[in-house]
Every structure is written in C-alpha cells, then in structure tokens.
Design a protein around this ligand. Structure first.
Ligand code: BES
Ligand code: MN
Ligand code: ZN
Length: 527
C-alpha cells in the first residue's frame, strides 16, 4: 500500500482502508489469540438417548457382582449368548476397570462390544479414570462410541466424559507431522440425559484449566520464558472474567522484590509477576490466595545441575504456576461466590556475568535479607516474594503455595504423592479431602520445630538447610507470617513420559484439580 498521498482525498481514502485493515488484523489476532476449550479436543459428547446403528463400539458399564452379569436381551439373542460365554471365560466380575473387548458377529448393530466393570462404588475420581480407560482404547479408526451407562448417575456419567476429555489432550505442536488427534463422538445412554449434559458442561472450565496448565508445563525453556508464560496466561484467563496484571522486571525491582528479581538477573529473560483476581464474593471480602512457582527453566544457576539427569526437563519447574493459572480458570468458570487471587512469580534461573552468586544476599519484598547459599534453591526465593505479595498487597485470608521445590521431597515420597506442610488443621483437612476427591494425593510432612534450620550467620536467613524439603517449607513460612498458610511440594508429580489414567504423556496439570477443590472446601467451611 502506498502511504504517500497524491492528493488530500486519496490520502483520506488510503487512511480509511488502512484503518479498516488494521482493525480487521487486530480482530483476527485477538480472536485467534484467545485460548478456547475447543482448541484442544476433536471429540464430542452427546447425551440424548437414541438408537445408533453401526457404531464402532458399544461400551456396557456394569456393576460388580458375584452372580451372572446382566446383559441386554438383544445382545444375548443376537450373539447366541456369545457375550456371556466370553465374560465367563475372561472371569469377568465387574471389578472396577476390568474390561473385556469383543468383536461383534457379522450383522450385529455395532462393530465391537466392550464390557467394563464399575466396581461396587464409583466416586468422582474412579469415574474419571474409568472414562480414561475407555478413551485409551479408542483408536484413530473409530468415530462413534456408544456407552450404555444406565447403572450410573448423571454426575458419574459427567465424570466419565470429563475423564475421557482429560485423557484425549495432546501436546503436538513440536512434531513435524502431528499424529491425528482422537476424533470421535461419544453417545451416552443413561437415565437422565439432560442432567448428565448439564453436569458435563460444568466440568469444561476445569478441563480447560488442566489443558492450559499442561501447555505451560510442556513448553520448552527457550519458548516458555517468563514474559511468554505471562502472555499465555493473560490470554487463557480472559474469557473467564478474571482480572490479570503482569509486572515486568523493572516493576518487580521497584516494588522491592529482590528475591524474585535475583533469580533471573543472569538471564536475558528477567523476572515477571503475574497476578490474577477473581471477584466472586463481596467487595471487601479478603481473598483466598494461590501462589505458584513459575521458574521457567532451572539450570541451578552457578550451583549448576551438572548431570544430564538432573537438568533435563527442568522446563517443568513452572508446573506450580501452571496449576495456579488452571485452578483460577476452573473456579472462575464455575463462578464461585468467593474472592480468590492467583500469584505467579516467573523466573528463568540461568548463568551469566550478571547472575546471582552463591553467597550473595538478596533483599526480599518484606525487607528480609536472604543469604543465597545455593543458587539452585531458587524456588523458595521467588515464592518468598509471591507469598509476601499475596499477604501484604492482596490481603489474603489464607495462602496455598504450590511448587516443584525439592529433590528431597521426591526421595521421601516419590512422584504419586505431593508433600503437604501446614500448621493449620482447617487448611490441612480441606487439602487432604480435596486430594482424596481428585486423586491428586497429598501426604503430610512435619514443619517441625527444626530450630535454626535456615539461620544464617551473615544475613537474616539462608536459603538452604536440612532436611531439605522442610528447610524449603520453613523459609516460605517465614514470609507467610501469621496468615493461615499451606505448602504443597509437587516435585516429580507434574510430569511423566508415558500416559497413565486421565493423563496423556507429558505435563499432567497436577494441582489444578486439587487447588480448585481445596479452595471450595475451605471457603465453605470458613464462610
Ligand atoms: N526445581 C528443583 C526441584 C526439583 C528436583 C523438581 C527434581 C523436580 C525434580 C529445585 O529448584 C531444586 O533445584 N532444589 C534443590 C534444592 C537444594 C539445592 C537445596 C534440590 O532439591 O536438590
Ligand atoms: Mn533449583
Ligand atoms: Zn527449581
């Protein structure tokens, strides 16, 4: 386009077209930029009950029994009792997760028959897992799945459909030729289709939150640096009415958050602070706060992670931050009637001539001077300022922090349980119950007296001590002061190289479901 004008009116014309073009461009960009639930899945659930001919598979969900399994008469007649004979050979009793897969005889109204056991009781997590078990068996070639689920309640059906969705997420943007994504329609034949549909629709913000958390975990360190994660989060939360603010490095420094700033001062990607707010309650009501570790890559700094095994996949060190962003989406999507804020300190722990040195002293937002005895204990440094911000600037009534904090935790508990630390019985009880409900299990470790565990001869405190997971927790507690506080160490929990249950390979979004459930339980108890 010629910008130079020949005469006045042509110039106005050109400006007008230019303006329209720019508007169209901005519109296209923002429309594309907003993260949609539908960006993630090609699958669909339908809940109206009608007969489907020629389905790729019919799944029958049956309760556990010591007697004969009850099957539709049509199946028995049309298969000359082959189904019950097969179940007998397979010693099928309806135990939860047990599955017998049969190819239907020619002329049958579907191509396959899968009989799936639901056990004698099916809680929310069991139902999600059952759905995932089915999803894991559906192949690229199938387009129609019918689930006979008359033994299930609407909420159990919704949980199963949700479990299928969680399993069907794929992170394929780094493949030259992505494999075809699961793409099929599931027809649910239960008792009350409308109620099941309503319950299922209510799970969508939670699934979206898990998907966004997984995206965040999965992004490599050179693409998912602090500013990029902040921007991704702003876009993802926008449709949910969450207020988002991002503070850049200069603002972080100006607000006095020297512990957060110090961790990335050696990187070209400097510190950011992401703050999310959901106003579901009264204006003056103090919010519940989440604080999540968003260290977008952990080299260890000058205390370099020197083995390939210890440094690899340290892009997942932002999983706590991802969990906070996802949990905010879930709660806002559900329109919860209390106030909740999410604080995500974002850092990039790298080495250069300007990096923090072992032995340096950083001044945190609350004025505490921290001797950095080990630059690899960076998570607690950025969280210190995040927790301070939640308490001091956002006036939180309770704080839950979540972080891939210590190898010590992995050695103590492995990767199935998260470690939980708190002195507050109410927060703890709600967290344990939320863990059982969501299958994101937690195990309490003591905060101790552990007297003197992070004392420093040089500064006010130092950033390491022994035992390792407890030293991390105690440092965070220092910044929570007397605000009710609970800490989740999720090192090792948020990522796996192979699929399992409701999680495909890669980041799993651990903590999204747990935090959302915890906040609801805690809010209800403390109203
Ligand atoms: N991000 C790591 C913790 C981690 C380790 C997460 C393994 C996932 C898997 C954390 O920043 C770290 O490096 N912690 C050190 C602390 C130590 C230097 C006191 C650790 O635990 O080794
Ligand atoms: Mn580290
Ligand atoms: Zn780390």
């Amino acid at each position: 386009m010629k910008v130079q004008a020949q005469n006045g009116s042509a110039w106005i014309m050109e400006m007008a077209t230019l303006g329209m073009l720019m508007l169209a461009l901005i519109w296209a960009q923002s429309a594309q930029a907003v993260s949609q639930w539908s960006d993630y899945l090609n699958t669909e659930h339908r809940f109206e009950h009608r007969h489907i001919d020629g389905a790729d598979v019919i799944v029958m969900v049956v309760p556990e029994t010591s007697g004969a399994i009850m099957l539709p008469k049509m199946w028995q007649d049309e298969t000359k009792n082959a189904v019950s004979a097969a179940l007998e050979v397979a010693e099928f009793s309806g135990k939860q997760g047990q599955m017998v897969e049969l190819l239907a005889p020619p002329g049958f109204y579907a191509k396959r028959l899968w009989v799936v056991g639901m056990g004698s009781e099916l809680n929310r997590f069991d139902a999600e897992q059952l759905g995932a078990t089915i999803a894991a068996k559906v192949t690229d070639k199938m387009s129609t799945v019918v689930v006979h689920a008359r033994a299930l309640s609407p909420s159990q059906i919704a949980a199963m459909a949700h479990g299928m969705d969680l399993r069907n997420y794929r992170f394929d943007r780094y493949k030259q030729t992505p494999k075809a994504r699961p793409s099929y329609v599931t027809h649910w034949h239960g008792q009350d289709g409308e109620a099941a549909e309503a319950a299922y629709l209510a799970t969508k913000p939670l699934a979206h939150g898990v998907f966004v958390a997984r995206d965040i975990i999965n992004l490599p360190g050179s693409d998912g640096y602090p500013a990029a994660i902040a921007e991704l989060a702003e876009r993802a939360v926008a449709p949910y009415g969450i207020k988002a603010r991002v503070y850049g490095p200069e603002q972080v420094k100006a607000m006095g958050m020297g512990a957060l700033y110090g961790v990335s001062q050696g990187s070209q990607h400097k510190a950011h602070l992401l703050v999310l707010e959901w106003h579901g309650g009264d204006k003056g009501e103090q919010p519940i706060a989440f604080v999540g570790k968003g260290n977008t890559f952990d080299t260890g700094g000058y205390n370099l992670k020197t083995s390939g095994d210890s440094i690899v996949r340290m892009q997942t060190d932002k999983a706590g931050g991802g969990a906070v962003i996802g949990a905010m989406m879930a709660l806002a999507g559900e329109q919860v009637d209390f106030n909740v804020v999410g604080v995500v300190p974002l850092s990039h722990n790298l080495i250069s001539g300007t990096a923090t040195l072992p032995g340096d002293v950083l001044v945190a937002g609350d004025g505490t001077r921290i001797e950095v005895v080990n630059t690899d204990a960076e998570g607690r440094l950025i969280l210190a300022d995040g927790i301070w911000y939640a308490r001091d600037k956002l006036n939180a009534r309770a704080i839950a922090d979540i972080a891939t904090l210590t190898g010590s935790k992995v050695r103590a508990l492995g990767t199935d349980y998260a470690a939980v630390f708190s002195d507050h019985p109410e927060l703890l009880e709600a967290m344990k119950a939320a863990g059982d409900e969501t299958g994101e299990l937690v195990w309490q470790l003591p905060l101790g007296p552990y007297k003197g565990i992070i004392d420093s001869w040089l500064a006010d405190i130092q950033n390491v001590g022994s035992p390792g997971a407890q030293a991390g927790a105690r440092l965070l507690q220092h910044f929570a002061k007397d605000t009710p506080w609970i800490h989740l160490d999720i090192a090792g929990n948020a990522y796996a190289t192979s699929a399992k249950g409701i999680h495909p390979a890669g980041g799993n979004g651990y903590g999204v479901r747990l935090l959302a459930e915890w906040a609801k339980r805690y809010a209800e108890k403390t109203q």
